[in-house]
Design a protein around this ligand. Sequence first.
Ligand code: GDP
Ligand code: MG
Length: 187
Amino acid sequence: LMFGKARTCNIVTVPEHEPSEVNIVILGAMGSGKSALTVKFLTKRFISEYDPNLEDTYSSEEVVDQQPVLVKVMDTADQEGPVNSERYLGWANAFIIVYSIDNRSSFEVCQQYLETVSLYSKGLQPEAPVILLGNKVDMERYRQVSKADGAALALRFGCLFFEVSACLDFLSVQHIFHEAVREVRRE
Ligand code: GDP
Ligand code: MG
């Protein structure tokens, strides 16, 4: 006869790659709509006038694919391209790099950000995902950057690409931020 404690084995399966916090940095030229997109994501509302020099970080409790996550968004306010990038490079789990489809030079600024971020990410395991985002699709009549140009740049840097408008539907804007969370989880 063998005596012994009945052993119960509670196996709790914790998904391996479900970070409870995701830090997202929004980069791009002044006026491309970084703050408008951030505010839209946080409040569902379009704010047309936002202090162009205000840089801040906001938090939002989100549920992405039935999994809760605290999303922190740093809405940056660089005046001319990437400077002092150290303040966000180490902090970020994901990058959203924004240009305005009606402004060619904002698209060129995006390339500088893509280069800065990819130079930093190179050799990091895992690399932080990057989303290239063409904003202001409601300004189609004044478009200066074709969708094909956006897609080609994204392909060159191996990142996701979307076009959106901060002043149109909320769900499309929310989708971008949730995709960033999904990309971080996939790592
Ligand atoms: P930031 O400097 O990148 O933070 O840009 P802002 O969010 O301050 O936006 C710059 C200007 O573009 C403001 O006048 C906004 O009202 C406007 N804006 C932002 N997003 C959109 C958009 O999707 N469509 C249009 N038509 N205007 C936008
Ligand atoms: Mg701003």
